[in-house]
Design a protein around this ligand. Structure first.
Ligand SMILES: N[C@@H](CCC(=O)N[C@@H](CS)C(=O)NCC(=O)O)C(=O)O
Length: 256
């Protein structure tokens, strides 16, 4: 029988007892959004503390996370910061769940390696272009960035969709979101939402181009953005409006 790892207060951390979790977050932050998806997928109850990012962090929060960033979690008295670390920890601490197969076997190790490579590819190759898209203000610039986004997705991301989708649409053919979807979901959600013409953020041509040139990515993304774990804290209109205003302000300031 597996022995439960224990924290200083004697509570099991291997998923056998419900942990006491506080998530320090802001619903506008895509990195913090990763933690919300992981917690929902794992079915873990949690308290949340919304951190106001529009003003300097309070000293109490800097004690929790000296970098002043969200997300952070307090898990049974232990502080964990950085979204990738937080979500990996939650998946490791609750291994019976579908997020990531954690027991030692070659196939599980391979799955984890492929998830890590997929996430690294999306974040290091595609995300910079997606962020450039949010920044572009003129229609021509938006269209040019849309071409760049499509080109990087076609070259770097689309080839990674090499699994059979008969068993499920998610990473490796999973029928439920995995850690790959947890780590990329908040950005995919914004990518899909911000191409809607009513928001005027990304080029409205982008959705059609992705559908035509990256059909596997598009089919996966379309399913993912419908998942309850991905949408339950999402206020699309509010976040789109704020994103548009924020980047318009930044662009105006850069011109001065
Ligand atoms: N690498 C961090 C990035 C987190 C991050 O940039 N959070 C932003 C909000 S989206 C933040 O807390 N910003 C506060 C600030 O910069 O003062 C992670 O993955 O957790």
């Amino acid at each position: 029988m597996a022995t439960a790892a224990t924290t200083t207060n004697g509570t099991a951390t291997n998923g056998s007892a419900t942990p006491d979790i506080t998530l320090y977050t802001n619903h506008a932050c895509p990195w913090a959004h990763r933690a919300h998806i992981a917690l929902k997928e794992l079915g873990l109850p949690y308290k949340e503390e919304i951190i106001d990012l529009d003003r300097p962090r309070d000293p109490w929060y800097l004690k929790i996370n000296p970098r002043g960033l969200v997300p952070s979690i307090n898990y049974n008295g232990h502080i964990i910061t950085e979204s990738a670390t937080v979500t990996q920890f939650l998946a490791d601490a609750h291994p019976s769940q579908h997020l990531l197969p954690t027991s030692a076997s070659e196939s599980n190790a391979l799955f984890r390696a492929r998830v890590a490579f997929f996430v690294d590819t999306f974040i290091s190759k595609a995300l910079p272009q997606i962020f450039d898209g949010w920044k572009a203000q003129e229609e021509d610039a938006k269209d040019a960035v849309a071409d760049e986004i499509v080109s990087v997705v076609v070259k770097e991301v689309e080839p990674l969709f090499d699994w059979d989708t008969k068993t499920g649409p998610y990473f490796g053919g999973s029928d439920k979101p995995t850690l790959a979807e947890v780590q990329t979901g908040p950005f995919v959600l914004r990518l899909i939402a911000f191409t809607k013409p009513e928001y005027g953020i990304l080029s409205p041509k982008l959705a059609g181009l992705l559908k035509e040139k990256a059909p596997k990515f598009t089919a996966w993304a379309t399913k993912l953005v419908e998942e309850e774990s991905v949408t339950y804290i999402w206020d699309e209109k509010l976040i789109a409006t704020r994103t548009k205003e924020r980047f318009a302000k930044l662009a105006a300031a850069a011109k001065v």
